[in-house]
Design a protein around this ligand. Sequence first.
Ligand code: ADP
Length: 318
Amino acid sequence: MKRIAVLTSGGDSPGMNAAIRSTVRAATFNDVECIGVMRGYEGLIDGEYVPMDRSSVGGIIHKGGTILKTARSERFKTEEGRAAALAKMKEAGIEGLVVIGGDGSFHGAKLLDAAGMPTIGVPGTIDTDIAGTDTTIGFDTAVNTALDAVMKLRDTASSHDRLFIVEVMGRNAGFLALEVAVATGAEYVIVPELPVSIGKLCEMLREAHARKKNHIIIILAEGVMTANEMKDRLQDTGGYEARVTVLGYIQRGGGPTSYDTILASRMGAYATESLLIGKRGVMVGSVSGRMVLSDLERSWTERKSLNPELLDLMGKLN
Ligand code: ADP
């Protein structure tokens, strides 16, 4: 291979820039040219290609977001859209592609690979809901961003003996909520994987009050219900008055932690070098601290489980 390309797709996550940098630099280290594709699959179809060299990825390692921008592409979901992308890539002499994104992006990547373009995925999402890897680029940063916010709320919660519901992201998975809950010492975590009825939650709150625990933080995964909905239901069912904070998009922003920066640097380089030795249709993962490859398909066909030890800890430490 003499020329490969890299793009970021789907939701952005902190550390994507570090992954772009490492993909480009590993390519140039191996005397391979790397092209940057703007706006994910949209740019792939439209031929929005920018030549990149070592210096074009200088000064981005600690920046949040993605310099290549990201987008969602309805056109890429169609066979015609993918055929147009393939034709544009062939025209530009591109022989392989690194896709940095989540499971949706990997679905597209697999189809492109099957259509004839060697493609490798690098998992970048704060939700970390991707099988085949212990963690994904951006997750650690999002946990730390939420930690910072929740610890500030905790000051008010304890000063006023208040009940707070903090809604965190994670789509339909509870990984982010669970780690945030353990890291912040929250009293309860409510995740889609382990539903708790409002009646049961009211019972738990009554027990907490009986233990003289008057300031309470509930970390709620967005996949369960909205924090406002939970607030109303706690009021209606148990007469509890809760304050609501929705962390929202701040969780996706900011520069990556050292953990995510190193993970992104390892994954980008590993993806490039795997592509160069003929691997394709796979994604890079970090399993027990080692770089591994697994079939892209696992990312959307397999559901990763929450760490039972952390769930158990929540029950013991609140
Ligand atoms: P993420 O990669 O963060 O999960 P999305 O699910 O929005 O984000 O997917 C990003 C893009 O990947 C979509 O806009 C689309 O272009 C492409 N994609 C997603 N699912 C498919 C699919 N089933 N077939 C082809 N392309 C897909």
